[in-house]
Design a protein around this ligand. Structure first.
Ligand code: UDP
Length: 479
């Protein structure tokens, strides 16, 4: 057993010249210069539990690439362990999310497995590290590494990417187990104040919000022709320039969308109707069923809009029984709809074989949308919201979790009570009926993401944190 290296090629920081304002770009260059000086040859190790799939992996991919492009020696490792270890961490993950059905206390045996595997991973990491390096540990899978690394004299930051507005019993149960493990870290990072655990030294807590990568296949600017091409090639639109179904892969080469989505629909989307789109995992907390019901009840009767719900093709994923259930529930609701409404509902399962192709499909769907919705009833951050905002889309989303960090209600999107279907439908109908207001919201949304939710702001926050820790240590040797 050992840690897995994830190689990341440097990405040029100069790319941001094309998407940032002059002032913001100048600030970025200044920041990079200072970080290079302050961080110097210190290696910044990132450790998480997976190299592919999921928001954290995507985030690390981008931030490490830009850090390396900026001359910082950032590296990425993935923890290793037997299936029993990951069963424990999966449970902790669900508990922290507040989505665990019951709180099941870890047995002594499970605790022992978790701690032993963590010790092994920490030892493997220490073998590679030089004294003075910095380690950024991500999520519960790495919490057990904090104490051994701190003991060995490393500077350790533990970041929790999960959080919930209301900490119920299961959330507190996970805190109880994890707090003593992470307590000694030099810094803790959370997305937002509401997610901070009470048992930690609050002076060491830092708030850093996630970001989206403006140049990844999911968010890169693609022309309307390419949007049509991709959706035609994928079978969502009847016709379009399928030869133009192209995007740029992370390695800079040209990708082409070739697979089709599995779309439950009477026929492809007509090209002249407004479309309401939600793209997310098939998860009850994203409430796709609620979106469908609100559409059928109050959005479809008010106009000619269609609804497209998109998410990963869970039939191909063996380990997502919940996703299959939620998708099956949506099919069942759709089947029961009156014929004329059913004809306006499209359920799309996006192939997952090639994650970059999948991302290009998400990109095209979000860009094609007249209104993007994210009717989540709970959300750690809600990357899909920032993704849609970056594409200049007007967004209607649940006033929950990290979504509230992103949308300023009435300015850069609309926040609604996600359990009130009429309020949700009213907000969507309002935007469909007022294209000018919708366009204004979309523009403000893009500006907000440009300032607050792209890589440069995220790197700046990380840079400030690491520099602060290095300065503190320089001032207080031999803690
Ligand atoms: N996503 C994707 N393919 C899909 C559906 C969703 O890549 O078929 C992405 C979506 O674009 C977003 C991420 O999955 O980047 C979901 O992150 P979010 O924070 O919205 O929710 P989570 O799934 O982490 O709860």
């Amino acid at each position: 057993m050992g840690l897995l290296d994830v190689p990341v090629s440097p990405a040029p920081i100069e790319r941001f010249r094309t998407v940032l304002g002059e002032k913001q770009y100048a600030e970025l260059l200044e920041l990079v210069g200072r970080a290079r000086q302050e961080i110097g040859s210190t290696v910044v190790w990132n450790v998480n539990s997976t190299a592919r799939g999921g928001g954290v992996a995507e985030l690390l991919q981008a931030l490490i690439a830009y850090s390396r492009g900026a001359g910082i020696d950032a590296r990425w490792l993935v923890v290793d362990g037997p299936p029993e270890f990951f069963q424990v961490t999966k449970r902790l993950h669900n508990e922290l999310h507040g989505s665990a059905v019951d709180r099941v206390k870890l047995t002594d045996e499970e605790r022992a497995i978790y701690l032993k595997v963590s010790e092994h991973n920490a030892a493997a990491l220490l073998e590679r590290m030089r004294p003075g390096d910095v380690v950024l540990l991500h999520d519960p899978q790495t919490a057990g590494l904090v104490a051994p690394l701190v003991r060995a004299g490393s500077l350790v930051v533990w970041r929790c990417h999960i959080g919930t507005d209301q900490a119920g019993e299961s959330v507190r149960g996970a805190w109880e187990f994890l707090t003593p493990l992470v307590r000694e870290a030099d810094a803790f990072v959370f997305h937002r104040q509401a997610f901070v655990w009470p048992g930690l030294d609050q002076r060491r807590v830092h708030l850093i919000r996630p970001s989206v990568d403006a140049f990844s296949p999911k968010n890169q600017d693609i022309s309307p022709v390419a949007v049509h091409g991709i959706l035609a090639a994928a079978g969502v639109l009847a016709d379009g320039p399928a030869s133009e179904a192209i995007y740029q892969r992370l390695d800079g080469t040209r990708g082409r969308v070739e697979r089709r989505m599995f779309v439950d629909q009477e026929g492809p989307l007509p090209s002249d109707v407004p479309v309401v789109v939600q793209v997310s995992r098939w998860d009850a907390l994203k409430d796709p069923a609620g979106v469908l019901q609100a559409f059928a009840r109050a959005i479809a009767p008010a106009g000619d809009a269609h609804l497209l719900l998109g998410g990963p093709d869970v039939t191909a994923v063996a380990d997502d029984p919940e996703g299959r259930e939620v998708l099956a529930g949506c099919h069942a609701i759709r089947d029961e709809l009156p014929e004329d409404v059913r004809a306006r509902v499209h359920l799309a399962a996006l192939p997952m074989e090639d994650v970059e192709e999948n991302a290009a499909m998400v990109n095209a769907l979000q860009r094609y949308a007249t209104v993007v919705v994210q009717k989540s009833v709970a959300e750690g951050f809600g990357l899909t919201v920032a993704e849609a905002m970056w594409k200049g889309r007007p967004v209607v989303a649940g006033r929950v979790g990290g979504i509230q960090e992103q949308i300023e209600h009435g300015r850069s999107g609309i926040l609604v009570n996600p359990t009130d279907l009429d309020e949700f439908a009213g907000a969507v109908n309002g935007l469909l009926g007022e294209p000018r207001r919708a366009a204004r919201l979309g523009q403000a949304a893009r500006e907000r993401v440009r300032r607050e939710f792209l890589g440069p702001r995220h790197l700046e926050d990380y840079g400030a944190l690491v520099e602060e820790l290095l300065r503190e240590r320089a001032g207080a040797p031999g803690r």
